[in-house]
Design a protein around this ligand. Structure first.
Ligand SMILES: [Zn+2]
Length: 374
């Protein structure tokens, strides 16, 4: 995500915060300090309200993070790696590397988040009860009960059966389990997501018209986001379904032009980039393919060094997410293409280069497919 900062790592998962989250932080602090606290605790000093508002906003952040971590740890337990957790304006997303292959796994991963939020609600309420009995100051009790309630709302809201929210994933897992049709289950759960999105948008508009502007705009925004996300996740599934049926050997561009590793960058630019107009080329040492050279790497070398630098020096070495076999599905190639930095994969069979598949090939295929299937 653009404008994001990695703030740490938990069990190999990057925790990333987007600048848009600052909007939530500001909004929550502001609403509490200027609205909620003055109405409910009129004798409080305004500065205390701002401080407590900010602390609650931070704890909200921690609550969402724990919710996402809970999804992630269960997912990793099932062997589905989680690359990162992103926290942004509408909450958090744990980026799983693939979809679960069984409804039972999807169900447990989906429920893990809301279960954590519910657990936090109970823990914080018990803590508040204990502190109250011990005569703790009012501010601490307000803090604990408020954050507890937010966690309860998080648990309930996320369980609404609207894909891609957690409840929508539960719904998909159940339909998938009982009907055995993953695609149909996704379609139903995603259309629930679309409807729920519209419902929130209309609720938001209603709020705005009755004078509750900030909440109204907020509802409408979240509704719009859920609506978009449900459509996108459905399209993504349709796309990977199409590509599950096509083999790379039928899809790839064969007769690939490779570059010798010992030629200079100058020759590479003159005789390959300008000549063939591709963004990257496989690199060969004698007859063996050793990696890929792309335009970006060449661009970063100062022009005066082009003659002394060899292609071998700026080659990205072959690694697992750069190589597929002709018998793999296009889905597999697509996953690798969108996760590596080169934007293409080499098709290799027993060490020999047989073809190449690029991001542009996939997008062009989809464009043509859409034209014929309107
Ligand atoms: Zn969740």
């Amino acid at each position: 995500m653009k404008g994001s900062v990695v703030i740490g790592k938990v069990r190999g998962i990057e925790i990333e915060v987007n600048v848009s989250w600052l909007v939530v932080f500001g909004l929550v602090t502001y609403m509490l300090a200027t609205n909620y606290f003055p109405q409910n605790y009129p004798d409080w000093n305004p500065a205390l309200g701002w401080l407590l508002g900010a602390v609650i906003a931070l704890m909200l952040f921690v609550s969402v993070l724990l919710h996402e971590l809970s999804h992630s740890l269960v997912s990793m337990n099932f062997g589905i790696p989680v690359r990162k957790i992103s926290l942004f304006i509408f909450g958090g997303i744990a980026q799983m590397e693939k979809e679960p292959d069984e409804p039972g796994k999807e169900l447990k991963i989906a429920v893990a988040g809301p279960a954590m939020s519910l657990l936090l609600f109970v823990l914080l309420m018990v803590l508040a009860g204990v502190f109250a009995a011990a005569g703790a100051p009012e501010t601490l009790l307000v803090l604990l009960t408020y954050v507890a309630q937010v966690n309860l709302i998080l648990a309930i809201f996320n369980m609404v059966p609207a894909f891609p929210m957690d409840g929508g994933r539960v719904l998909r897992a159940l339909i998938w389990r009982f009907r055995g049709d993953f695609q149909n289950a996704t379609k139903i759960a995603a259309s629930m997501g679309g409807l729920f999105g519209y419902f929130l948008i209309f609720t938001g508009i209603f709020f705005v018209m009755s004078g509750n502007i900030i909440n109204g705009v907020w509802f409408a925004f979240i509704g719009w986001f859920i609506n978009q996300a449900s459509q996108a996740s459905y399209q993504q599934m349709v796309m990977s379904n199409i590509f599950d049926e096509i083999k790379i050997s039928e899809f790839m561009t064969a007769n690939v032009t490779a570059v010798d590793y010992h030629i200079s960058v100058q020759e590479l630019v003159d005789n390959y980039f300008y000549q063939f107009k591709f963004n990257s080329f496989p690199v060969k040492r004698f007859e063996e393919v050793i990696g890929v050279v792309n335009l970006d790497r060449a661009k970063n070398i100062p022009k005066e060094e082009w003659n002394q630098t060899t292609v071998g020096g700026i080659t990205t070495p072959l690694e697992d997410n750069l190589v597929v076999s002709p018998n793999d599905t296009v889905s597999k190639a697509m996953t690798k293409i969108f996760s590596n930095s080169i934007g293409r994969v080499l098709v290799m069979e027993q060490g020999a280069l047989t073809g190449i598949v690029s991001r542009t090939d996939i997008l062009n295929y989809l464009r043509i497919h859409n034209q014929f299937n309107r």
